[in-house]
Design a protein around this ligand. Structure first.
Ligand SMILES: [Zn+2]
Length: 424
């Protein structure tokens, strides 16, 4: 049917002027509202029955929902529900996000209106829009969507509720609940979307992992050393690793048990670590096979901290660089390689001198490279244990080192460990 035919049909059903109906229909379609939904909305405006059978979308199993479906009706179990405030077209809007499931699969949803459902509820969602998000269908619940209690509980193989171990959190997760111990915490002032805002930033841990945390609406119960249950948190990627985000909608509750967390980072093979993607805190052991260019005595842009080459910052052009020390060392354990990046202090420790010593050495030799050369002589060919945060992207795998120590392991033990790993 053409737009004109739809308008004709509506106008005669409702007994109103066709031109007016056509105008409304056109503007709704401009906003990508599916045609049946647009017609339903116009029927409502004129007091007509919006639940006309012509506008009812097909009921579908979740496994059959595709981004090509304009809108669907589905009977589902609510797995999770998270709340978040977003700025949409200049206005703050509270949205709910989470997952629905049935016996065929699960699907993410975003609700732009407040609907009466909670995790565990079995509901029929009528006329939800299907959108594509990162290649997968997602349901959007808006003004034209109806939510009704299902006549029978919906069976699903998926767990209801957002409880997860830290190791299982992934960027994009919404409405999650975790029980953690706060291991590190700082209060910081940031320049947010509403001016200067105070936030908490730290590290939380459970039996399975350590992850960075940001509390955008500081909660008094989040204190260093406290064991807490955090409900309705979301996860996003920050510097290559998952970050736990607490908001004004999250609840924070002190636990009367202590959450036990390992005091050391998990040790992994380099190949395995790189394959797993970003890891917040990990220990790798390998031989330094090369100290890369850009190591030793370097200059950084005073504005952004990027390394300055020939007095030029990539972002700020001509700048007066500030001296710094850095090492980019390639670590190899036979299963893979990673570039360990050492900060000023760790570099000073392996160099055996501070920035002033390095500048003196460079002046004496009339060559900055002597500093990197000295570091090469000291560490290439030796085995090190490196602990830090691993990020993996198109530029390769980088381990931002917090600890860098010559390995005290017996090489024979390590070799048998590796062989055992290969045999598994
Ligand atoms: Zn710069």
């Amino acid at each position: 049917m053409q737009l004109d035919d739809h308008a004709e049909e509506l106008a005669s059903n409702l007994g109103v002027d066709k031109a007016e109906v056509k105008d409304d229909l056109e503007s709704l379609l401009e906003y990508n509202v599916p045609v049946e939904e647009a017609k339903a909305s116009i029927r409502r405006k004129h007091g007509g029955d919006s639940s006309s059978s012509a506008s009812a979308p097909t009921a579908k199993s979740l496994a059959d929902v595709t981004p090509e479906d304009g809108s669907v009706t589905a009977t589902v179990r609510v797995l999770t529900k998270g709340t978040r405030s977003i700025r949409y077209q200049g206005e703050d809007q509270i949205i709910r996000e989470g997952e629905f499931a049935d016996d065929t699969g699960r699907i993410s949803y975003t609700a732009w209106e407040e609907f009466d459902f909670e995790p565990g509820d079995s509901i029929t969602v009528g006329n939800a829009n299907v959108r594509e998000w990162e290649g997968k269908p997602e349901l959007n619940l808006g003004t034209n969507t109806t939510v009704a209690t299902a006549s029978e509980p919906v069976e699903t193989p998926y767990d209801v509720g957002g409880d997860r171990d830290l190791i299982d959190l992934e960027p994009g997760d919404r409405g999650r609940a975790v029980e953690v111990v706060v291991q590190e915490l700082d209060r910081r002032t940031i320049d947010g979307r509403d001016g200067e805002t105070e936030i908490l930033s730290g590290v939380v841990a459970d039996e399975t992992a350590r992850l960075p945390l940001t509390d955008w609406d500081p909660h008094a119960d989040i204190e260093e050393g406290a064991s807490v249950r955090l409900e309705d948190v979301y996860v996003r990627e920050y510097r290559g690793v998952p970050q736990v985000n607490v908001t004004e909608f999250s609840t924070v509750e002190r636990l009367d048990r202590e959450v036990s967390a390992p005091s050391t980072a998990p040790r992994m093979g380099i190949g395995e670590a790189v394959t797993s993607g970003g890891l917040f805190d990990v220990e790798l052991v390998g031989n330094v096979i090369e100290v890369r260019d850009g190591s030793g005595l370097i200059e950084r842009c005073p504005e952004c901290g990027r390394v300055v080459q020939n007095g030029q910052c990539r972002a700020h052009g001509d700048v007066e660089g500030e001296d710094d020390l850095r090492v980019k060392a390639i670590l190899d354990d036979g299963t893979g390689t990673v570039t360990a990046v050492l900060d000023t202090d760790l570099t000073a420790a392996v160099y055996g001198g501070d920035i002033e010593d390095a500048k003196q050495a460079a002046r004496d030799a009339m060559d900055k490279e002597v500093v990197a050369d000295e570091i090469r002589d000291r560490i290439v060919g030796r085995e090190y244990r490196v602990r830090g945060s691993l990020s993996v992207d198109e530029y390769g795998a980088n381990l931002d080192a917090d600890e860098f120590a010559e390995s005290a392991d017996d090489p024979a033990d390590r070799a048998s460990e590796l062989l055992a790993g290969v045999a598994r």
